[in-house]
Design a protein around this ligand. Structure first.
Ligand SMILES: C[S@@+](CC[C@H](N)C(=O)[O-])C[C@H]1O[C@@H](n2cnc3c(N)ncnc32)[C@H](O)[C@@H]1O
Length: 371
């Protein structure tokens, strides 16, 4: 069947219906991811004007390569599967886009060639491809991870194996995934004396997507590792505390409720997950014609305003814990600000927010408004 996305027309196999098992080759639910990729590439080209070459490392139908090529990038499409390569070739031709096509294991390709931008979009964890990408990319590594259960600690052993870290299943599971992924990527980059700077990161539906600007300098790699640390989390009252450093110093008991059901996660990335100005530039480069334009711009706006606190809360979950009714999010956040705290919405869900207040301070600041 034919689909149109971002102004290009693609042949894709199978019924592409929402809710139906997705085809191997083209997932319509990832259109937001791809629309933001194209807008990010546009914004990035203005930030780094020598960036020209883009590797669509797992091309499948070729959709990313076709869209980037139609936007002026010098594209290479790679896939290990022959039928994917045939389909990508046909889709490139259909759209009159010139691209190099590589039918091979992309790890081997990355070891042989250097690219300005590398886009890793595998099934599941990207970690088997991270070392080769950081060793052979000049400017920007774009990464999708769809293995959210291992990343957030729900599939604990798998998360430990894939990310060489301890993920914990908390209320802020999607953000746990973001910070476990960024930690593992920072440590992978550091092996090549490459520092990573996440200029845009979002957790949307069942994946995490991040764009890492690279700096090829041992001191930059050291600086990235300095953004790592640990989260101590109380399972009873959801109090959490973070500490930078590569050696964990876990809290034995909860300073808020005196409980002893403490979890420790890490090393996680505790630094910022995006560059506000860059995200604004990405938002401005999402054209109306993109199928997810409104969602993509809204997501960017939320990311621009989101505080840098490394964990978020869910207002409904807190209110449930306290046995109180929830009020309107804007009123709730206004109460926090009124009490002198910083507060913002978070992009992880409609009732999620960030604040520098701890769980006790949040309750004190907001409970009058909840009664
Ligand atoms: C999730 S799909 C890619 C989707 C595509 N990027 C998109 O936006 O629609 C993953 C693809 O990675 C390919 N793949 C898996 N392992 C690979 C490897 N080692 N080298 C190259 N391609 C690989 C698979 O054949 C599959 O086509």
């Amino acid at each position: 069947m034919r689909v149109t996305e971002g102004g290009v027309e693609l042949a894709v196999p199978g019924e592409q219906t929402e809710g139906v098992e997705e085809s191997v080759f083209y997932n319509p639910r990832q259109e937001l991811n791809r629309d933001l990729t194209i807008a990010t590439l546009r914004a990035y080209r203005e930030r780094e004007d020598r960036a020209e070459t883009y590797l669509d490392a797992m091309t499948a139908s070729g959709v990313r390569g076709v869209r980037a090529g139609a936007d002026g990038w010098n594209v290479t499409c790679c896939d290990v599967e022959e039928d994917a390569i045939d389909l990508a070739r046909a889709n490139l031709e259909r759209n009159d886009v010139d691209a190099a096509i590589e039918h091979r294991n992309v790890n081997a390709l990355m070891h042989d060639s250097t690219f300005d931008v590398i886009d890793l979009d595998p099934y599941g964890t990207p970690m088997p491809f991270a070392d080769a990408a950081f060793g052979n990319c000049r400017d920007l590594v774009c990464v999708t991870a769809t293995d959210t259960a291992p990343l957030c600690g729900a599939h604990f052993n798998s998360g430990v194996r894939s990310y060489s870290a301890v993920p914990r299943n908390t209320d802020y599971h999607a953000e746990m995934g973001v910070r476990i992924l960024l930690s593992a990527l920072a440590r992978s980059g550091a092996r090549f004396d490459v520092g990573v700077d996440p200029i845009l990161t979002h957790a949307t539906s069942h994946y995490v997507r991040t764009y890492l600007e690279l700096e090829h300098k041992p001191t930059a790699a050291d600086a990235a590792l300095e953004e790592l640390g640990y989260i101590s989390h109380c399972e009873d009252c959801t109090y959490r505390e973070t500490a930078f450093g590569l050696i964990a110093d876990p809290l034995e008991g909860c300073p808020h409720c005196d409980g002893n059901r403490m979890l420790t996660a890490g090393p996680v990335w505790l630094g910022s997950v995006r560059d506000r100005e860059f995200v604004a530039a990405v938002r401005e480069r999402v054209p109306d014609a993109f199928g997810t334009a409104e969602n993509a711009r809204n997501l960017c706006e939320t990311l621009e305003a989101e505080l840098d606190e490394p964990t978020h809360y869910d207002q409904h979950k807190l209110c449930r814990n306290w046995g109180l009714p929830a009020n309107a999010m804007d009123d709730f956040l206004a109460d926090l600000r009124e009490a002198g705290y910083s507060a913002s919405r978070a992009h992880y869900g409609g009732t999620t927010f960030k604040t520098d207040a701890n769980v006790g301070q949040i309750r004190d600041a907001t409970e009058d408004g909840l009664a």
